[in-house]
Design a protein around this ligand. Sequence first.
Ligand code: GLA
Length: 388
Amino acid sequence: MRIFDTTVQLLKRTVRDHFLEYFRTSPIMVFSPGRINLIGEHTDYNKGYVLPAAIDMGIVMAIQKSMEPLCTATAIDISETFSFELGQLSPIPKGGWQNYIMGVISEIQKKGIKTPPFNVVFGGSIPPGAGLSSSAALENALVFSLNELFQLGFSKMEMILISQAAENNFAGVQCGIMDQYASMFGQKDAALFLDCNSLQSEVIPIQNDEFTLLLLDTKVKHSLADTAYNERRDVCYKVAQQLGLASLRDLDLQTLLENSGQFSENTFQKALFVLEENARVLDAVTALRNNDLRAFGTLLFKSHTGLQHQYKVSCEELDFLVDMARDSEDVLGARMMGGGFGGCTLNLVKKNKVDSFVKLVIEKYTTRFNHSIASYQVSLAEGTRLIP
Ligand code: GLA
């Protein structure tokens, strides 16, 4: 708790000081967190189940109206500033954070809302490329800030749909709703059991004295990630469409088996994975409610096996880390997390063995891949909010 407060307070001061120095007006301050996902990977865009949580790493944003006709946005971590006109927004090819900013504004404009110009400064504590959804945190930070600044009257649900559409239409990633949902609605010391069809969620408390959640960051992000993500999404849509269903959420095992002849083995396995992963989320929620961490851990390993061999979104580095977790008696479960092809693994590790496990993994991983990993112990935190 204290670490979290200190980090946010420090970031807040840096971001606010920068804003005051450049714009000389007092800004509204917002914090928006990144997320982890306990289980339920590649199920969100299939209208299935997920179990994510907001974390104590995120983005601090300062915003205020501009006296100039242009808007200015500054990412202080990378010292980049970008000025734009509200009437002229279009995605920058292969653009970075600027597309998330413009994407959110563009989605707000599509609702017939025109805001006056504004200035925004932000900085973050989410390690880049780790798959902890810094993009969702940024989108949510901006839509939330604009909602406050101009009193737009959006509900949190409307805001996350704007964030998701921004990512789909401006960043070109056809992501589901999980990241934006978790970042906006996160709860302290809890995960959200989210039904991506109804967008209803239930709070599942996550607290244990003996075990902790440890992230191991491969420090790689293979370049095919975004393309492969959109391709997976396409395969799932096509299977559902071919079977006359709105989404794979409506598919049951019997129907898939009866129709397996219509699909290549590859496609069949992907659809099967989605059905199995949905079932694993339900089982995981039961295990957590029963405080059965062994059962929960086993589901994590199974999820990874499916992501590796059926859905094919893992990579050598992630598999290596999960294999090391399997070999350790101090780890109950582990799996790759997020879209795949890099980023982090999530590990359920005995609290008093974290240091020795990390030390061993760093040694072996560095020997194998010639670069090191990073490790993070995260706390589960509240969603997007104003910072007083
Ligand atoms: C990315 C997307 C999410 C989700 C995960 C995979 O994080 O942004 O919507 O699809 O991948 O579960």
